[in-house]
Design a protein around this ligand. Structure first.
Ligand SMILES: Nc1ncnc2c1ncn2[C@@H]1O[C@H](COP(=O)(O)OP(=O)(O)OP(=O)(O)O)[C@@H](O)[C@H]1O
Ligand SMILES: [Mg+2]
Length: 300
């Protein structure tokens, strides 16, 4: 019997989907990127997968943003463990309409990603709030110099004192691939273009290169990587190229061979999943939408 094109697409989609969420010590870590327009469901997908990984007893680490996103996870008050940079003074504010209320949320303090690693908890969603500004510790700079095999002339724009909040994630790729255990870990980086931008000048360029080396080691060290962004072209191309599975959601610019399936992507959470040459359709149901917002206020 010949499968209809749509049934076939759904079957292949389900296959890739299952493979993505199943951990296998022989295969190792996998990487996935979700691409789509505003409101296409990217963040919802990341949090859904984070909860799945939590229930599988794996380590879960997410990039939290100043407009808190993890409160969309049902039961977040118990499930989420927040990490904050030791030098930062943060306030959590809950707001809905004109209501405004300060929340007393406990955070675990860190200075470098090694502190984060020590305090990660299995059974929690470890939500890392980025530092207001961040400079690499000297051991990270040393490893960068070593891996990039920089000669004098290459060092022109290399600036160890350059600061950026999102550098913490480049360092995390190093730290997590150098840990002394192999339980499956999952990194969820929303708005990935802010972390590893394709348009990179100065220090960010070196950081991207260094991160790409460690990105390639995630598989070997049983780390799954999930990223989300609007355009594939906004992510450092070496990293995009090394990603195993790409999910295209509504509004995503996609390879021409896939564009005829765009009609199936009208609803948020629907996507075309691709793995190498294979592609299929998949759908992730969202959590209920929270009307309340929780914001981080930084004292400068
Ligand atoms: N699978 C889904 N089915 C129905 N509605 C969904 C689904 N996923 C998300 N939504 C709804 O769509 C809205 C946007 O979802 P989400 O925040 O996940 O999108 P996003 O792609 O991350 O957007 P942005 O680019 O603005 O960050 C939310 O209100 C959410 O409830
Ligand atoms: Mg989002």
């Amino acid at each position: 019997m010949r499968l209809s094109a749509l049934a076939f697409m759904t079957e292949v989609g389900a296959e890739i989907f299952t493979k993505l969420l199943k951990s296998d010590y022989v295969v190792g870590g996998k990487s996935a990127l979700f691409i789509g327009g505003q409101g296409s469901g990217k963040t919802s997908i990341l949090w859904k997968f984070a909860v799945t990984k939590l229930s599988q007893g794996e380590l879960v680490i997410v990039r939290e943003r100043d407009i808190i996103q993890t409160h969309r996870i049902p039961g977040w008050e118990e499930k989420v463990k927040f990490f904050a940079y030791k030098k930062d003074k943060l306030r959590f504010v809950r707001t809905y309409g004109t209501m405004e209320e300060e929340l007393n949320i406990k955070t675990t303090k860190y200075i470098t990603t090694r502190d984060i690693l020590k305090h990660l908890e299995v059974g929690k969603i470890n939500a890392i709030i980025e530092p207001t500004t961040y400079k690499f510790p000297s051991w990270a700079i040393k490893d960068m110099r070593r891996r990039l095999e920089m000669e004098e002339r290459d060092r022109e724009n290399f600036d160890p004192n350059n600061r950026k909040s999102a550098y913490i994630w480049a360092e995390m790729l190093y730290t997590i691939t150098h840990r002394h255990n192999t339980i499956f870990a999952n990194l969820f980086l929303d708005e990935l273009h802010e972390v590893f931008p394709q348009k990179a000048i100065g220090m960010q360029w070196y950081v991207n290169q260094w991160a790409t080396f460690n990105f390639a080691d995630l598989r070997k060290m049983n780390v799954n990587f999930f990223g989300a962004t609007h355009n594939l072209g906004d992510i450092y191309y070496e990293m995009a190229r090394r990603t195993n599975i790409i999910g295209y959601l509504r509004g995503a610019k996609m390879p021409p061979r896939l564009s005829r399936y765009e009609v199936y992507l009208r609803k948020p959470g629907k996507m075309i999943l691709t793995e190498g040459g294979a592609y299929g359709l998949a759908y992730v149901q969202p959590f209920r939408t929270e009307k309340e917002k929780i914001l981080i206020e930084r004292k400068f």
